[in-house]
Design a protein around this ligand. Structure first.
Ligand SMILES: Cc1cc2nc3c(=O)[nH]c(=O)nc-3n(C[C@H](O)[C@H](O)[C@H](O)COP(=O)(O)OP(=O)(O)OC[C@H]3O[C@@H](n4cnc5c(N)ncnc54)[C@H](O)[C@@H]3O)c2cc1C
Length: 388
């Protein structure tokens, strides 16, 4: 069996690449290979499904802005019943005295990209959000529009449904091997014993991307990192509450009638997670998160945790940023990996960019050159500072 393009991983990134390949007029054969067609363990469906403009580097802001535009014209793109429940609730990123220079520099980068973010001092923040305690806070950056949250599963299903009429072969299997012939990838083998001959391979394997690259003999510093998300109820309902990020890294936001929170994992000294570990670490909630929530929002002294889930970040250990585009030596192996916690909101832009690269030989809409693999080979980080 020969395919012009084999995409490994059929969640949001793989589906977006397939979708935009057809949108860009690619008429060759495409296989989308997915081992878990319910996506029960995919980062996509286990994510917090939020989108922001508040990044430190312009390239990341531009990727999110592409997706934001798509969200605003969702029905035009996917049909009248398309709905992902996008709620433009904003992000509020708080900083103490030490964090202020970075918050300010990030804000300047965001303003230069046209993002609607205001930087306010502690007094103004309390006027805007009377439920907030600004103990230890000097300032905060708040997204008045263009940021918020949505239903990740609904977004994935929109892409998957759209693919059904685009002549894509959906293959349910695990890729277990990738064959190289010199500087080319020649085929992939599946756990059902089949072998697919390939023109081009796209690695869209999320937290498993490092292992998939290794099958082709390529080094990619992307590994699974465990992230807990806790759900709690509170008597108080703050309809104006944005996704709030405390200087400690702990975040909280409303989710319908309840709240979700996380961000307690210490990144320093952390190693790859067991990809089969989906057990919530409740002590993180009790010992680390709750005290921070109660300090920042005094009404959250009395809350009731109800459930929790675990997902894995597709964590790029070099610089916590995406790796996009071809391997410089094995040119028919393309990366769309390492999003480190912000890949859901970047997936549509990255799908579009890779499709343009494949079909037209270069990026047209969003330039992803800065995310290229050469920095990995050179050990030259292209660092995103706002990793949440
Ligand atoms: C707790 C948590 C919160 C997050 N919050 C946000 C957020 O608010 N906003 C945001 O933008 N991003 C967020 N992210 C990050 C985001 O979810 C990911 O960056 C994004 O979903 C990556 O998409 P993907 O398609 O590359 O990976 P995945 O969704 O993990 O999909 C990869 C797919 O590849 C398949 N696969 C892997 N290996 C193979 C193989 N060998 N053969 C066949 N199939 C294979 C897997 O089964 C999987 O379905 C969060 C992540 C987590 C874990």
């Amino acid at each position: 069996m020969h395919y012009d393009i084999v995409i490994i991983g059929g969640a949001i990134v793989g589906s977006s690449v397939a979708y935009y390949l057809r949108e860009e007029g690619f008429s060759g054969s495409i296989a989308l290979v997915e081992r878990d067609p319910q996506f029960s363990r995919a980062a996509t469906t286990l994510s917090c499904a939020s989108i922001r403009q508040q990044f430190s580097i312009p390239e990341n802001i531009r990727l999110s802005q592409f997706t934001l535009k798509l969200f605003r014209r969702l029905k035009e793109e996917f049909g009248a019943d398309a709905d992902i429940g996008f709620r433009e609730g904003g992000y509020l990123i708080l900083a103490g005295e030490n964090g202020l220079p970075i918050l300010r520099a990030n804000h300047e980068a965001q303003m230069a990209e046209g993002a609607d973010i205001v930087l306010e001092d502690a007094e103004a923040l309390v006027r805007r959000f009377p439920w907030l305690s600004v103990e230890g806070i000097t300032a905060g950056a708040y997204g008045r529009s263009g940021e918020g949250w949505f239903d990740a599963h609904a977004m994935l299903m929109l892409f998957r449904k759209a693919l059904r009429s685009k002549n894509i072969d959906f293959i349910t299997a695990s890729v277990t091997g990738i064959e190289r012939q010199g500087k080319r990838v020649a085929g992939v083998t599946l756990d059902n014993g089949e072998r697919l001959e390939v023109g081009t391979v796209v690695n869209a394997a999320g937290p498993n991307a490092g292992k998939v690259a290794a099958m082709a003999g390529l080094a990619l510093p992307v590994e699974p990192r465990k992230r807990n998300v806790f759900v709690f109820e509170a008597r108080e309902k703050y309809d104006d509450m944005p996704l709030l990020v405390d200087p400690s890294g702990i975040y909280v936001r409303p989710e319908g009638s309840v709240y979700i929170t996380g961000g307690a994992e210490p990144e320093e000294g952390e190693g790859p997670a067991d990809p089969a570990d989906f057990d919530p670490d409740w002590p993180l909630f009790e010992e680390v998160i709750w005290p921070v929530l109660a300090t920042r929002i005094p009404a959250f002294e009395a809350i009731k945790p109800t459930r929790a889930w675990v997902g894995h970040y597709d964590y790029n250990t070099l610089d916590q940023n995406a790796v996009i585009g071809p391997h410089p030596e094995v040119g028919n192996f393309l990366f769309a990996n390492g999003f480190s916690g912000h890949g859901l909101q970047q997936a549509p832009a990255v799908g579009k960019a890779l499709a343009e690269l494949i079909v037209h030989g270069g990026y047209r809409t969003v330039d992803c050159s800065a995310f290229g693999y050469s920095r990995i080979a050179d050990g030259r980080p292209f660092r995103e500072l706002n990793v949440i």
